[in-house]
Design a protein around this ligand. Sequence first.
Ligand SMILES: [Cu+2]
Length: 331
Amino acid sequence: MATRTQPVDAASTSRVDKPCCVPAAGGSRAAQPENFASGCADRSEIVWIGASDSTVGTDSPLLAIDGEGPARKVRLRPYGIDRCAVSNQRFAAFVADTGYVTEAEKFGWSFVFKGFVQPALVHTLPAAPEAPWWIRIEGAYWKHPEGKGSHIEDRETHPAVHVSWADARAFASWAGGRLPNEAEWENAARGRSGGVYPWGDREPDDSAFFPCNIWQGRFPDINDAADGYAGTAPVDSFAPNDFGLYNMVGNTWEWCEDPFRVRSLTRAAKIRNQVARSQQQRLMKGGSHLCHTSYCHRYRIAARLGCPPDSATGHLGFRLAYDARPDSAQP
Ligand SMILES: [Cu+2]
């Protein structure tokens, strides 16, 4: 198999040279504040969304180089989308049923955020040159997210991570779904309210407003985990949006079906697209627990990044979309 060299986001350029962001200390999560909503009764439940004229992208891009704009009108057919990202529990059922081996297992390693690697080891292990907080860890894959010795026993309801685009599609084939396209993903994330974020336009802050699982503190060295989580959170943590969807932004990036391309004629965009084409990059949306307003700010709905399809990290997961059945209920 080809050599995997690019961690998620490391290929991005922009604030650009600020790829994407991770947490502090050994995969542990801080105590969750009590006022956070939680509770997707069935974490594999599907929300059905009716046909609509929708918008993808924004005319007020923050990171134009990522291709956040312009806003485009799209007509969407009815579709379904998972209420929650695919959890370790669901992914384990898939693996148990099929014997599937992920790409991270075949490569024998994956990228782990340095905050989850033993401090004494961080400087002795290879890191991604463009994003040195991503450490190459032997034996890291979905079941052992920080490598040998780590486990997911207390993270069954957390999103499955270290999953490549092909892994996500294999799961989709098994589950009878597919990856969403960008227009569907954005439509689902905006819900009825249509804000910058799934909850509206209010910007999260580091001390009082925690509507999702992102970074608080100074990236990439100090994560206060004020939102309750240094790393991933359960897929049904925090309040859902008004379509009933959980964690459309923050927690983990989510793979989409689309190739990653930037709609712009600038020289920078052309170079970006050349790289994207040569690496067969695929789109990911939603940002992760490593994103902070001072750094990459990619937990906005219009934000986007591309990654080679064999990329895998501890902050990249997915949820499924489905072609609508005629009898699907509409929200
Ligand atoms: Cu980020």
